[in-house]
Design a protein around this ligand. Structure first.
Ligand code: SAM
Length: 170
């Protein structure tokens, strides 16, 4: 299964080091603005599915009473736990397609650079079941139209990235 590459401890540790860039604060602000149009603060619960080592989960913590990061990989969650001392964040191991939460709990469900790994019809059904009325599901990912930065190789890498995404059948 695709998620298995995240099972190895060393991979989880290097993922934490090399996940650049982290989800931008502007994006979180945009999502919160959308949520505010749907319902009033305070927001009780956000669940971040496929949270990995928790960089995105952390960004949600100031805005919710509680944030729960979930991931299928114990190795990723171990790294997330080791790097978080935020008291309102909790982590749980579970597949995105079978979330161990009661109906109507979270105000916000996020999945940051992870939903492409999930069985999406199952996951979307679960997200729909979980969310409070007028809650929000935010699926966040990179656009492929981006510039890569790696010293003197930046232009070459960016060109390769653009060419590969333009190749028919890719
Ligand atoms: C690219 S990482 C993204 C991690 C984090 N959200 C971030 O933005 O840095 C994808 C994560 O999805 C998790 N994952 C993959 N398939 C999953 C599934 N079916 N259920 C839950 N998590 C899954 C992986 O273990 C991995 O931690």
């Amino acid at each position: 299964m695709a998620h298995r590459r995240f099972e190895v401890k060393e991979h989880a540790a290097s993922y934490l080091r090399s996940r650049v860039p982290p989800p931008p604060q502007e994006l979180i602000t945009e999502i919160l603005g959308f949520l505010e149009n749907m319902k009033e603060r305070p927001f009780d619960l956000a669940v971040d599915i496929g949270c990995g080592s928790g960089q995105g989960t952390l960004l949600l913590a100031p805005h919710f009473t509680q944030v729960i990061g979930t991931d299928i990989s114990p190795a990723q969650l171990e790294v997330a736990l080791a790097n978080s001392s935020t008291p309102n964040i909790f982590y749980r191991q579970c597949p995105a397609e079978e979330l161990p939460f009661a109906d109507g709990g979270p105000d916000l469900v996020t999945s940051m650079t992870a939903a492409h790994w999930f069985d999406r019809p199952w996951f979307l059904q679960e997200a729909d079941r979980l969310l409070k009325p007028r809650g929000c599901l935010a699926l966040i990912s990179y656009t492929l139209d981006m510039d890569l930065e790696y010293g003197q190789h930046s232009h070459t890498l960016t060109d390769i990235c653009h060419q590969s995404t333009e190749t028919p059948g890719k």
